[in-house]
Ligand binder design. Structure first.
Ligand SMILES: C[S@@+](CC[C@H](N)C(=O)[O-])C[C@H]1O[C@@H](n2cnc3c(N)ncnc32)[C@H](O)[C@@H]1O
Length: 247
């Protein structure tokens, strides 16, 4: 299996430094409130380095983070300790989620679902979320839209030359499978020299309609899709689409 978020974990936060995660957490909280979720027990799938987990905990939510990458979780744990938060992070594949507790809300932010590249696995993740959700609980997640993956990321190369880090990000999109292969090469300053590291990520572009259909089949209700960070319907050119579904 290809390793994703191994060495890349240690530069992830630097690459994401322009993302306003407080705004992200505020938006998620708005969805939680709109859905009349009063108690505060949350599970976050694909929580990564805790960029949403930590602000949600600071807002007073009792949040548990799950991620498949031990490296991402190591960073999440140390960031939470720095902030005097005692958070539980669990290393698990969300496709094979095994948790005994139930939660009032389940989150997955910033592409977690795009990393599930087999539709049957995605259905299993939805089922797992349903199973660990309390009745009346809400499942909130986002995706990079099909439009973004095909037209913005797909068959395109990105790069940046930062102070201690430079990277190249080469993407190849296959229309038939909706799979995008991402080759990441990064050069990390190490004393006088730069260390070259490589990772290979795979994501899948999902259409809003297929996600909604699968959520419905599982039994989710009151399913809505939003153009990212608004409560408007997604547009043809929306780049991030959020979904909320109730049990
Ligand atoms: C783009 S990062 C997002 C991290 C975090 N949610 C954020 O907003 O910064 C995607 C995360 O999905 C995780 N991931 C990918 N496949 C997963 C799986 N099958 N189960 C759990 N986590 C997974 C990766 O390890 C990575 O931490």
């Amino acid at each position: 299996m290809v390793e994703q978020y191994g060495k890349f974990a240690y530069i992830y936060d630097e690459l994401m430094q322009d993302v306003d995660y407080l705004k992200w957490a505020n938006y998620v909280e708005e969805i939680i409130i709109k859905n009349n979720i009063e108690s505060k027990k949350i599970l976050e799938l694909a929580c990564g380095t805790g960029n949403v987990t930590i602000p949600m905990a600071q807002k007073g939510y009792n949040i548990v983070g799950v991620d498949i990458s031990q490296d991402m979780l190591t960073i999440a744990k140390s960031k939470s300790i720095e902030k005097n938060l005692n958070l539980l992070f669990i290393e698990q594949n969300m496709v094979d989620l095994k948790l005994k507790e139930k939660f009032d809300a389940i989150l997955s932010m910033c592409d977690g679902m795009n990393y599930i590249t087999d539709i049957n696995d995605l259905i299993q993740v939805f089922q797992n979320a349903y199973d660990v959700l309390e009745d009346g609980g809400v499942f909130i997640f986002d995706i990079s839209s099909h439009y973004k993956i095909k037209n913005i990321l797909g068959n395109n190369t990105f790069g940046e030359n930062l102070e201690d880090l430079s990277y190249m990000w080469e993407n190849y999109f296959d229309e038939e499978s909706s799979i995008i292969n991402m080759d990441l090469t990064f050069f990390i300053k190490d004393g006088k020299y730069y260390r070259k590291e490589e990772e290979y990520h795979i994501q899948r572009a999902y259409k809003e309609k297929e996600i909604i259909e699968e959520l419905k089949k599982i039994g989710f209700k009151e399913i809505e899709a939003y153009d990212g960070f608004t409560f408007d319907k997604p547009k043809n050119e929306s780049e991030r689409v959020f979904f909320k579904a109730k049990k």
